[in-house]
Design a protein around this ligand. Structure first.
Ligand code: NAG
Ligand code: NAG
Ligand code: NAG
Ligand code: NAG
Ligand code: NAG
Ligand code: NAG
Ligand code: NAG
Length: 446
């Protein structure tokens, strides 16, 4: 039966060669020849199909289309500003400490002074190891984050004036929130709320500084306070602005032309002389996504004290077609919303993932994390003895081949499929003095 069917098919088929196979009259060698020819062509076809399959699944071809969108569909980045003052109010003078050490005329420090010194060395000079004997701090002895908070400038001590849309804000406290970063306590504007950025009930209370206090959504009127416990979400990375109305009283602000934003930084004269020499007399500025905390993966810009910079914002918005969702994240090398969960961060971004990955690595290698790393209440914070360890861990991550077993992307921290990249260009502006009367700036200029 089967034989008859095969014979029938072979005779009727239009594929040349089959006819000969089934025809008993044809020479045996010729039939063998056709058999192998057919086998070869089917193999080539299968091999080709496999190539296409592999290409489609593992090396998909990506079409890139460039479109111009209105700037108002993109949020203004969150801005974080850090000063380089070593300790507020000259309570411990870093440079003086060095001079005394050199002259061998070190006076005994109070216990409180030692704590201020130790905490701020973690921020200012983690790579200098010779402090270890001088400041034998232990986490149990004192709370490093509290000491950093108390010895750093308040928002209203660093910002003299903030202006937004050509209007002076009544109070910079309504715009900036003082937050814990790798650079110690800094001041952030245009960030979304704690519960949008972080997972609930996992982080140490040291990160409670990200709960926005006294922040006004309009930036100018204190009546419109944001509520972090019940945040209205106006923007997400995957969907963009949820509400199309061009309401300017929302956070994050839209990056349109009208939304320019000036800050006038101010630190008092004594503090200016007690700066971290590793940094110089500068302010550091970081631009990051509004759903992101500032991390070491954000590029830093600096402004010298007494100078002004005009910064120009360029944003590139990357959107991926929904059809890519059919591929696994590994194939497309990116995540859509909700595809990758992090322990501490509710919002997935590449820098959040990398930051958590370095943290896990540091915890594994050193048994503790740097004060600025995401952690829960039970994770030990590295003290002075472990300073060198976390410093090296941060330097060698992620290139420890024996630890990550040649995995190029150790924690699978891919980019997000929808993303915004900010680029900043700047110009030094010499017309600084024309902006406000000289008397206001006198201190900053000295
Ligand atoms: C600075 O510290 C000194 C001495 O501790 C204190 O008398 C003074 O009030 C402080 N100034 C400020 C602005 O905190
Ligand atoms: C500093 O402390 C050491 C040990 O605690 C003590 O021996 C020394 O006398 C102190 N020096 C001064 C100047 O108080
Ligand atoms: C920092 O100090 C301020 C008071 O100056 C306090 O209100 C705030 O809760 C402190 N934050 C942290 C994280 O300790
Ligand atoms: C909140 O802001 C108002 C001004 O809008 C200011 O007077 C007040 O001191 C601020 N409160 C805190 C806790 O920063
Ligand atoms: C949160 O906000 C919504 C809308 O503004 C409101 O209806 C709801 O009662 C609020 N919930 C809480 C717990 O405050
Ligand atoms: C870091 O470690 C925690 C706990 O082991 C884990 O839940 C989390 O997924 C890790 N983070 C990353 C980015 O791998
Ligand atoms: C790399 O990781 C191993 C543990 O797997 C650790 O013992 C070693 O110290 C690490 N190397 C560096 C340079 O940190």
């Amino acid at each position: 039966m089967l034989k008859a069917t095969v014979k029938y098919l072979a005779q009727e088929t239009s594929i040349h060669g089959f006819k000969f196979l089934a025809n008993k009259k044809v020479n045996k060698f010729l039939r063998l020849f056709w058999f192998f020819s057919l086998l070869l062509s089917i193999s080539v076809l299968l091999w080709y199909a496999k190539g296409l399959y592999v290409k489609l699944n593992f090396e998909p071809e990506i079409n890139v289309r460039v479109k111009f969108k209105s700037m108002s569909e993109i949020p203004f980045p969150a801005v974080t500003i850090c000063d380089s003052v070593f300790a507020k109010n000259n309570s411990i003078n870093f440079i003086q400490y060095f001079n005394n050490k050199r002259l061998n005329s070190q006076k005994n420090m109070t216990v409180e002074g030692k704590h201020i010194m130790a905490a701020n060395i973690h921020v200012c000079a983690p790579h200098l190891s010779f402090f270890n004997q001088d400041f034998d701090d232990k986490r149990s002895d004192f709370d490093i984050v509290k000491v950093l908070n108390d010895s750093s400038l308040r928002t209203d001590e660093i910002f003299l004036l903030c202006s937004y849309k050509k209007t002076l804000a009544a109070d910079c406290n309504n715009i900036f929130n003082k937050v814990l970063t790798d650079n110690g306590f800094c001041h952030s504007a245009n960030m979304q709320g704690y519960n949008t950025i972080f997972n609930k009930n996992v982080l140490s209370k040291d990160f409670d500084s990200y709960k926005r206090k006294n922040i006004s959504s309009s930036w100018l009127h204190k009546t419109r306070q944001v509520n972090d416990d019940n945040e209205t979400i106006y923007w997400t990375l995957d969907s963009g602005y949820i509400d199309d109305s061009d309401d300017s009283n929302v956070i994050p602000k839209r990056a349109n032309k009208q939304n320019f934003f000036n800050n006038y930084l101010f630190i008092n004269h004594i503090d200016k002389e007690n700066y971290c020499p590793q940094l110089g007399k500068i302010f550091k500025i970081f631009f990051h996504l509004p759903n992101e905390m500032p991390t070491i993966f954000n590029r830093e810009y600096s402004i010298e004290i007494g100078h002004q910079k005009l910064m120009f914002l360029n944003a590139k918005l990357y959107t991926s077609d929904e059809s890519l969702k059919g591929y696994t994240p590994k194939q497309r090398q990116c995540y859509f919303e909700g595809e990758k969960n992090l322990k501490f961060f509710k919002s997935y971004t590449k820098s959040h993932c990398d930051w958590e990955c370095v943290t896990n690595y540091t915890l594994d290698i050193c048994g503790c994390t740097k004060f600025s790393m995401p952690r829960d209440n039970n994770t030990p914070v590295c003290d002075m003895q472990k300073k060198k360890c976390y410093y090296n861990a941060m330097l060698t991550w992620p290139n420890n081949r024996s630890f990550y077993e040649n995995n190029d992307n150790p924690c699978d921290c891919y980019e997000t499929c929808n993303d915004i990249k900010y680029e900043i260009n700047y110009e030094d502006d010499s017309d600084f003095h024309n902006f406000y009367s000289l008397s206001l700036l006198k201190n900053a200029q000295e």
